[in-house]
Design a protein. Structure first.
Length: 156
């Protein structure tokens, strides 16, 4: 188990603004823009109230979020799912779950489940895959999303 480094008060304030609400669990900023602005946060596996949090990496940058939302609205989830092999995607989900589960500090709580975006199969959320790719360099769907014109122009 590796403990999650706490976010600074300044990061909490910025992420609160980006999310439009206070974060409900502990997090650390793991990808930033050159100016220091948060792009991707890493969440603790449980929210403050003990609820499981399946989303390990969360894309909080507004420009990237909007660019990925446009791709999703144009059928991007199914398009990218079709471009990545089933076995490769399953392995990606397994690695993600293993990373997240390695952060569990309270094994007595109900554990989060699933892989990227909380799913075990297929693609659920391109935002989550891009966040995973930016944080780890290890997500075939996120890598494809990062190469899209609207996204590539916004990458840190």
């Amino acid at each position: 188990m590796t403990a999650l480094a706490p976010a600074s008060p300044a990061d909490v304030a910025v992420v609160t603004t980006l999310l439009g609400r206070a974060p409900q669990g502990r997090f650390a900023v793991v990808v930033r823009r050159a100016n220091g602005a948060p792009v991707v946060i890493e969440n603790a596996p449980h929210l403050n109230d003990g609820t499981p949090m399946p989303t390990l990496f969360w894309l909080v940058d507004r420009a990237l979020h909007d660019a990925v939302s446009r791709i999703e609205s144009e059928g991007g989830v199914h398009r990218f799912e079709d471009l990545v092999g089933v076995d490769e995607l399953a392995a990606c989900h397994a690695r993600y779950a293993q990373r997240r589960n390695g952060r569990i500090e309270h094994p007595e709580l109900v554990a989060p489940f699933g892989g990227v975006g909380g799913t075990r199969v297929g693609v659920k959320c391109l935002h989550a895959h891009l966040a995973n790719f930016l944080a780890t360099g290890d997500d075939p769907v996120g890598a494809l999303v990062a190469r899209q014109d609207g996204v590539r122009a916004e990458l840190p």
